[in-house]
Design a protein around this ligand. Structure first.
Ligand SMILES: *Cc1c(COP(=O)(O)O)cnc(C)c1O
Length: 222
């Protein structure tokens, strides 16, 4: 068994039932993605539009892709219809554009709203209050070709695991509040949080989708 296949098996065996795993393959060559594919992995995460578009035709057709990076508005059209989910919707402007381009392409795009609780590390995402206001105001009702499936978040990039656990609890609380604010939202059931070094804490806080790169593929060479 290759190391990548072994990592996938080990991580998968450690995940509770109901928790899915995105194999974050950014900066790794297609040969390595194929090793993961051969080990049964079908769901991959990429954070750069060009890299993703280059990899799609090189992988088997049943490969599913999640876009997990900051998405510039001028790149939306090229991704719509090609990805199973955009996990990183961080502004309403981006959401509205995804909706417009999806309608134009005749597809429905599944998305997660990125919530920002971490300290300085990432500047992307909605603050919890902003996101909750979006749902209280029922602005999602204007969407015609976009399905908001849940929330994605990242913890602070720190060794302080108390802080990391608190960030995950804050993200999970925001997700739960949205469910209460809009109980009629259909299929709002994805809570994406947890990466290689912190996914057990994320799962403890309620994550049902972890995004794991380094622990599968090894360090990235930027
Ligand atoms: C790169 C990345 C990951 C994976 O990080 P690892 O530490 O390599 O597991 C997860 N989520 C997002 C949004 C990323 O950009």
């Amino acid at each position: 068994m290759t190391p990548i296949a072994q990592h996938i098996q080990e991580i998968r065996a450690s995940l509770p039932a109901g928790v899915r795993m995105v194999a974050v393959s950014k900066f790794h060559p297609v040969e390595e993605l194929m090793e993961a594919y051969e080990a049964g992995q079908r769901l991959f995460g990429e954070s750069r539009q060009q890299e993703l578009l280059a990899k799609i035709p090189q992988m088997p057709a049943d490969t599913q892709w999640h876009f997990i990076g900051h998405l510039q508005t001028n790149k939306v059209r090229s991704l719509v219809g090609k990805v199973a989910m955009i996990e990183s919707v961080d502004t309403e402007r981006l959401l509205d554009l995804i909706d417009k381009e999806s309608e134009r392409a005749g597809v429905t795009t599944r998305v997660l709203m990125q919530v920002h609780v971490a300290r300085e590390e990432t500047k992307f995402g909605f603050y919890p209050e902003e996101l909750e206001a979006y749902f209280s105001d029922r602005r999602f009702e204007q969407l015609r070709a976009t399905h908001i499936c849940g929330v994605m978040g990242m913890a602070s990039n720190t060794d302080d695991m108390e802080r990391v656990a608190r960030d995950f609890r804050d993200i999970a609380a925001c997700y739960q509040r949205i469910k209460e604010i809009a109980p009629d939202l259909r299929g709002f059931d994805v809570l994406s949080m947890g990466m290689s070094h912190d996914y057990p804490l994320a799962i403890e806080a309620g994550s049902n989708l972890v995004r794991i790169g380094t622990a599968i593929f090894g360090p990235r060479e930027y």
